[in-house]
Design a protein around this ligand. Structure first.
Ligand SMILES: Nc1nc2c(c(=O)[nH]1)N[C@@H](CN(C=O)c1ccc(C(=O)N[C@@H](CCC(=O)O)C(=O)O)cc1)CN2
Ligand SMILES: [Mg+2]
Length: 293
């Protein structure tokens, strides 16, 4: 067997084309251009790249974006006051703080300061709690991208055994909750899981987000499984690889995402989607056509 390679770049391009149309229609109807504020603290090279990619993606689909850069030495009160200003600015619909933050800044206090109605990353505790009860305002972008890829590839989720490897707050846990909400039977494995292979071999859909190159080898994968690799690891030679041994696992899986070019491009696409949803809700609220959230 040789797996179908899920083309995240192509799926992202199609979704972004639809978003461009929707944003143009929204602007023509309301006079409001969706606007995202991105806050970057420090000089981490990968974060700078992702933030620049977010700004370009906004421009490409017809959204406004503002990037606010703060020094790595920035204090918590300074960062919170920048968030407060964006919360109060009625022209701003979405706000995100790029992660990771410098170690001296408490991530939860920062994320909880973002207005729930503008939390387009879906990292605020209110939105995380919404995933548990199945009514979140904004789903986090990478898990949302995983779900969209499965749907676009017409891969059934209900009743499937899903194994998520990695229990981070921004990928593993929300992915598990979102797929459970779609009636999958979900198991989460993490760094302390004993005998990882006994779990992964049972997966109809294996989602890997552990940040360890070559963690998943072919003998750990069921024949015909769908393998979604969320890992992004930069090797010393500069290559970017996922957590899955792509060349061996592709011979066993039915579908597999490449790295790069699989889940990654969907992350920023779902951020654009969430920002449009935030802008629509803000207009509805201003017109009194929808209860405030
Ligand atoms: N506030 C946030 N911080 C972080 C998030 C997030 O969603 N919100 N996710 C990641 C970083 N990230 C977006 O911010 C992100 C990571 C990777 C990609 C992507 O397109 N990856 C490419 C490869 C890119 C490369 O060459 O490095 C791919 O996989 O094809 C987009 C966005 C952590 N922080
Ligand atoms: Mg995101």
């Amino acid at each position: 067997m040789s797996a179908r390679i899920i083309d995240g770049v192509g799926h992202a391009r199609r979704l972004r084309a639809d978003l461009s149309t929707d944003i143009a229609e929204f602007l023509a109807r309301t006079g409001v251009q969706p606007k995202l504020t991105v806050i970057l603290v420090g000089t981490d090279a990968a974060s700078r790249l992702y933030v620049a990619n977010k700004a370009r993606a906004c421009r490409d689909v017809g959204m406004q974006s503002v990037t606010i850069e703060l020094p790595a030495s920035c204090t918590l009160p300074e960062l919170l006051s920048v968030i407060d200003a964006a919360n109060e600015d009625t022209t701003v619909h979405g706000i995100l703080v790029q992660l990771p933050l410098p170690a001296h800044l408490p991530v939860r206090a920062v994320l909880e300061r973002i207005s729930v109605a503008k939390d387009v990353d879906g990292f605020h505790m209110y939105n995380v709690g919404g995933l548990v009860v199945g009514s979140t305002v904004f789903s986090p972008c990478t898990p949302f991208g995983v779900q969209k890829l499965l749907e676009a590839e017409q891969i059934p989720i209900a009743g499937q055994n899903v194994v998520v490897v990695g229990a981070s707050n921004i990928v593993g846990k929300p992915t598990a909750l979102m797929l459970m909400q779609k009636d999958a039977t979900v198991c989460i494995c993490h760094a302390k899981t004993r005998d990882l292979a006994q779990f992964t071999i049972a997966a109809d859909i294996l989602v890997v987000a552990a940040g360890r190159p070559n963690l998943i080898l072919a003998p750990m994968v069921k024949t015909g499984a769908v393998v979604i690799d969320v890992g992004i690891n930069r090797l010393p030679d500069g290559r970017i690889v996922g957590d899955v041994d792509f060349e061996s696992v592709r011979l066993k899986a039915s579908h597999i995402t490449p790295v790069p070019g699989g889940v990654g491009p969907m992350t920023i696409t779902m951020l654009l989607h969430n920002t449009l949803v935030a802008a629509r809700a803000s207009v509805d609220e201003a017109q009194g056509t929808k209860a405030p959230q």
